[in-house]
Design a protein around this ligand. Structure first.
Ligand SMILES: C[S@@+](CC[C@H](N)C(=O)[O-])C[C@H]1O[C@@H](n2cnc3c(N)ncnc32)[C@H](O)[C@@H]1O
Length: 208
């Protein structure tokens, strides 16, 4: 019988919780949403996929102290995102923008930078943005081949960027330590987490 401790969050069970599964425990659910740490959090999720929309309608819940909303919107249209988010978030106060594994669906570098700039222009100084992005220069050969095959069949094409390209997306912002680094090595809680082989660059920056 494998040894596992249900009092400690496990990433697979946290994803199971995020995905609406039943194979998760209290520790995974607390880990899985910002409101587990701060019940008063106000959160807006954004996605343009109709399946994600139907799951959000079925699953999205909020604490009574906070708020959770979902926007069916495209990252390429940040004005619509900002207008919709303003119904839930107070943009007069700092907010955290999370662009987790999504900017690599924007193929054009100038468009990706413009989206980042538009989103952060709407946020007051002291706001933060977290970004993770599929890497062209980690396991480069394998990643190029994987993305070539993936892009043959997926509707949304993925564009890999190198570390310098991902770093440029943060122009005008103050990167916090340790900067743009392999996402698994961005302040990992455990050695096991740091050892994750995911070929993603990750960074967090503050709006000055
Ligand atoms: C790899 S998942 C990451 C989801 C989530 N950020 C997370 O970390 O669990 C990428 C998501 O981005 C969404 N997506 C792709 N292109 C998008 C776009 N142009 N606008 C909004 N969402 C998009 C996809 O539908 C998918 O759900």
């Amino acid at each position: 019988m494998p040894d596992f401790d249900t009092s400690v969050p496990h990433v697979a069970r946290v994803y199971d919780y995020w995905l609406g599964g039943k194979d998760n425990f209290a520790a995974d659910r607390v880990m899985g949403v910002a409101q587990g740490a701060a019940p008063e959090s106000r959160i807006v999720y954004v996605d343009n996929d109709p399946i994600v929309l139907s799951h959000a309608k079925a699953l999205l819940k909020s604490t009574p102290e906070g708020a959770c909303a979902y926007l069916d919107a495209d990252l390429r249209d940040p004005d619509t995102i900002l207008a919709g988010a303003a119904n839930t978030l107070d943009f007069a106060r700092p907010v955290a923008v999370m662009l987790i594994a999504v900017m690599h669906f924007i193929g054009d570098d100038a468009e990706a930078s413009a989206i980042m700039n538009r989103l952060m222009a709407a946020c007051v100084p002291g706001s933060y943005v977290a970004l993770s992005h599929a890497a062209s220069d980690i396991d480069a050969v394998q990643m190029a081949e994987m993305i070539r095959r993936l892009n043959e069949s997926t509707a949304e094409k993925t564009t890999l960027r190198d570390r310098a390209g991902v770093t440029r997306l943060f122009d005008g912002l103050e990167l916090v330590e340790p900067g743009v680094i392999r996402a698994a090595e961005w302040r990992p809680d455990t050695d096991l987490e740091a050892a994750s082989p995911a070929a993603l660059w990750g960074g967090v920056a503050r709006k000055p």
